[in-house]
Design a binder for this molecule. Structure first.
Ligand code: TYM
Length: 336
């Protein structure tokens, strides 16, 4: 299968990005053709500092590799280095009903959050995301739950394109038949939506207060501090109950995903012990889990040439596939 996914270099990556997306990517590399990129063009749709963008891109690539992506197995590159993303994005714009974009939850949320900067890119964001996946004829998109609606739109645009431009009577040289497969979203039942540490009713988000997120490269002290002060619920019992105990349930989910134990096993382990003891143990588990990530990050931060080489090769491999798709798309659309 061809797998495609990406992350915006809008801040450091947090444990929600890892547990919802990257953790799925690692085993997928073994038996699939995987395309993982840094979505820098998407990151331009919210306020950002151009002087810091290159560093943020580099840190995202480092996070990918430190978390276990293997550049020998996966195609890793920066989105803006393969111009076909923007080109296909434009072409798909011409078949995307504007109403579909206006009803996107993320567009509505972000236009509330960034009232001063509701740019056309923010609305058009999911079309570029469709181009990211369809350019490689992606069949599955491993993401967190917040991206489900965007992947639905990708499927709908793939279908529309196929219907509109692949009629059996096609005399365009590209032949009839189906251009794009409709990609499935791969969303984990556990981990697909990790909640904020300071407000467990909201998802953990890069653009919120740093105290609400555990970043992948946080120091052991910061991890411990954040977990110990995470918002918990009234009562003392460590029990999974998403409606009555959203705070503890979120911490239990993280504990479970990092240790491989079920929430029931963890509840049993902490029977008769309070929230404090549970949080202390979660802090230790998290610090230990992320320790190799921090080590790898330090090592990679000094290997500029190696990173550049990974991105150069990745962009080259991506371009080969992208150009082939664009040739077919342009023929079908009457552009060549
Ligand atoms: P982004 O950069 O917001 O997030 C990256 C990935 O992390 C997931 N995620 C979470 N998962 C669980 N719990 C959370 N609290 C949490 N927060 C974020 C996201 O679902 C995502 O998988 N539009 C995308 C980037 C993108 C993309 C693509 C993804 C651009 N083109 C093509 C897939 C395919 C985004 O904003 O992700």
């Amino acid at each position: 299968m061809r797998i495609v996914s990406g992350i915006q270099p809008t801040s450091q990556l947090h444990i929600g990005n890892y547990l919802g997306a990257i953790k799925q990517w690692i085993p997928l590399q073994e038996k699939n053709e995987c395309v993982f990129f840094v979505a820098d063009l998407h990151a331009l749709t919210i306020p950002y500092d151009p002087e810091k963008l290159q560093q943020a891109i580099k840190e995202t690539v480092i996070a990918y590799i430190a978390a276990g992506l293997d550049p020998e197995k996966s195609i890793i590159f920066v989105q803006s280095q393969v111009k076909e993303h923007a080109e296909l994005g434009w072409l798909l714009n011409t078949i995307c009903p504007i109403g579909e974009l206006q009803r996107m939850t993320q567009y509505k949320d972000k236009s509330k959050k960034f009232k001063e900067n509701i740019n056309a890119g923010l609305l058009d964001y999911p079309v570029l995301q469709a181009a990211d996946v369809l350019l490689y004829k992606g069949e599955a998109v491993p993401v967190g739950k917040d991206q489900e609606q965007h992947v639905e739109l990708i499927r709908s645009l793939a279908k529309k394109f196929n219907q509109k431009f692949a009629s059996p009577a096609s005399s365009l040289g590209g032949g009839g038949g189906i251009t794009f497969k409709e990609p499935a979203s791969l969303i984990l039942k556990e981990g697909g939506k990790i909640m904020s540490l300071t407000d467990p009713k909201k998802k953990m988000s890069k653009s919120d207060d740093p105290k609400s997120c555990i970043f992948l490269f946080d120091s052991p002290e910061d991890i411990t501090k954040k977990i110990m002060s995470a918002e918990t619920d009234s009562g003392k019992e460590v029990r999974y109950n998403i409606t009555k105990k959203p705070g503890i349930s979120n911490l239990l989910t993280i504990y479970s995903l990092l240790t491989g134990k079920t929430t029931q096993q963890i509840e049993k382990e902490f029977t008769g012990k309070g929230y404090g003891e549970f949080k202390k143990s979660l802090a230790e588990v998290t610090v230990q889990y992320l320790e190799p990530f921090r080590r790898k990050q330090k090592e990679l931060a000094t290997r500029e040439v190696y990173l550049q080489e990974i991105l150069r090769k990745g962009a080259g491999r991506a371009l080969t596939i992208a150009q082939e798709t664009m040739k077919e798309v342009k023929q079908k659309m009457g552009l060549s």
